[in-house]
Design a protein around this ligand. Structure first.
Ligand code: HEM
Length: 501
């Protein structure tokens, strides 16, 4: 009896305490957000935040839906972590470009910390990031990024890619690997001073590991890990990612060691050489605490290799899928190519005379929307933005989906329509809301190279092949649903590459 009484009175008083705490929590949270005019957003539950109101499997889309209710600047809680979401072209541009400093820091979430320990370019901040980004930009330009030399490299690589496709003799195949290898070889030539054979097992492992890591980074379990990092060792995806990171570092260290052995300061062969020479010069002049240390070298190289492979490769896969899906558009591209260029090799200077082709590549990038939430940022200081107070260090998602599909900017946001990039005279035009590379301080560092690759690979492939669904599959049956990961890639599906003539 006494036990029963004690038990029921304990649970009643416990219940009272929980309700009391909840009321205080709700009062405090509504008071503080009124006081500092925080962005609006769905009311969070203790501990879970808004996790039950978003679809983690298609987070970008679910945040676009919330922006319809809460406006272009709103906040959501993932567990106890607050994230401010920026939606729509005007807002994203205003934040990333007009308030570039305030919105220009990188969020180093637990998984990004595991990746690079705040070194390198992608997941670092402050002076180290500034120096590494500047060095990467100038060095890649010195080695021809966006210039004639990289044009030659891409054209050489497109011949290997064409040969690879020819081996299938028009039969259906999955083009993912070959395309990733080609994109990877362009960045490898700049980073390591050499390309790899597609059959090289070390190269294959490097590309495949990155591909898997990028995919898993966007998985629900890694999203959960970011909010509850103590869960890490219990999550299979986290363990796979950690293994991949270690193996990637090991391979990169081996390549660096080989280049170091034959390093000649008078003959700089690649990015790694340039870094080693700079490091040596600084050490000789007795400069202490320079940012040119081994960790920054390894992580900058792995960053550029990963960022330069999957993104460009995935975009090219989308381009070919759209061509197979919309054969009348493919026909117009091919007609323009043969009228303007004929059977000779396409060069980068042909781009201005190929407006329809150029518009098709832009439209493919827009609709494919491969990096839907950019890479998360944080605020570098307290900022009042569109009347809302956002505290220093707050995580910010620039929702690129909401820019590339902004209903106020695009005539038919959800359909493949190259006319988005054509004026009445058929010239290819720039559109402000075309932001697949993001904008501002953290804008993609490889934009120039990626655009050159997309143009040259795409046109070379279309000169040689007609892309179609496999026999017995209609264009309508080609599936445009993306596989959700950190980047959005097409579902693995077969296409035919049928030799022209
Ligand atoms: C179609 C291809 C590509 C797309 C769509 C793309 C897109 C992006 C996006 C959206 C970001 C995040 C920007 C932000 O945080 O606001 C980014 C960052 C970055 N990209 Fe790319 N990218 C592509 C190709 C490349 C290539 C070829 C390279 C290497 C040469 C590269 C290197 C980087 C690096 C290093 C960053 C981090 C910049 C920083 O944090 O300062 N990307 N990219």
């Amino acid at each position: 009896m006494i036990e029963d009484f004690l038990q029921s009175s304990t649970s009643v008083s416990l219940f009272g305490v929980v309700v009391g705490l909840l009321v205080v929590y709700l009062l405090l949270s509504s008071f503080s957000s009124q006081e500092r005019r925080e962005p609006p957003g769905p009311r969070p539950l203790p501990l879970l935040g808004n996790l039950l109101q978003v679809d983690l499997k298609r987070l970008d889309q679910s945040l676009v839906d919330l922006s319809k209710k809460y406006g272009p600047v709103f906040q959501v809680y993932f567990g106890t972590k607050k994230v401010v979401v920026l939606a729509g072209y005007r807002t994203v541009k205003q934040a990333l470009v007009n308030h570039a400093d305030e919105f220009g820091n990188r969020e180093v979430s637990p998984i990004f910390y595991d990746f690079n320990k705040e070194h390198g370019i992608l997941f670092s901040n402050g002076e180290s990031w500034k120096e590494m980004r500047r060095f990467a930009l100038t060095t890649l330009k010195d080695f021809g990024m966006g210039k004639k030399i990289s044009e030659e490299k891409i054209l050489e690589e497109s011949h290997y890619l064409i040969k690879e496709f020819e081996q299938f003799e028009g039969k259906p195949f999955n083009n993912t690997q070959a395309i990733n290898y080609a994109a990877s070889n362009v960045i490898s030539a700049l980073m390591f001073g050499k390309r790899f054979e597609y059959k090289d097992p070390v190269f294959q492992a490097m590309v495949e590991r990155d591909n898997e890591t990028i995919h898993l980074t966007g998985s629900v379990s890694i999203l959960i890990y970011n909010f509850f990092p103590w869960l890490g060792p219990c999550l299979k995806n986290w363990r796979v990612v950690m293994k991949n990171i270690e193996a990637g570092k090991e391979d990169t260290r081996k390549i660096i060691a080989d280049l170091k052995e034959t390093l000649d300061p008078n003959m700089c062969r690649c990015y790694i050489d340039a870094f080693l020479i700079r490091k040596q010069t600084l050490e000789e002049s007795d400069i202490k605490n320079s940012h040119y240390h081994d960790d920054n070298l390894v992580y900058s190289v792995t960053n550029l290799f990963a960022a330069g492979t999957d993104t460009t490769g995935t975009t090219l896969k989308w381009c070919l899928l759209y061509m197979a899906k919309y054969p009348h558009i493919q026909d117009r591209v091919v007609e323009e190519l043969s009228r303007v260029v004929g059977s000779r090799q396409v060069r980068i200077e042909d781009r201005r005379n190929l407006p329809f082709t150029d518009a098709v590549i832009h439209e493919s990038q827009r609709l494919a929307n491969i990096v839907p939430m950019a890479i998360p940022h944080t605020t570098s200081k307290d900022v009042t933005f569109q009347g809302y107070f956002i505290k220093e260090g707050t995580t910010v998602f620039p929702l690129l989906t909401s820019v590339l599909y902004d209903e106020g900017e695009w005539e038919s946001p959800r359909t493949f329509n190259p006319c988005h990039f054509l004026d009445n005279d058929g010239k290819c035009i720039k559109r402000d809301a075309f932001m697949p590379f993001s904008a501002g301080r953290r804008v993609c560092l490889g934009e120039g190279l990626a655009r050159m690759e997309l143009f040259l690979f795409f046109t070379s492939l279309l000169q040689h092949f007609r892309f179609t669904p496999p026999p017995g599959v209609s264009e309508d049956e080609l599936d445009l649903t993306p596989v959700v990961g950190f980047i959005l890639s097409p579902l693995p599906q077969m296409l035919c590459a049928i030799r022209r003539q």
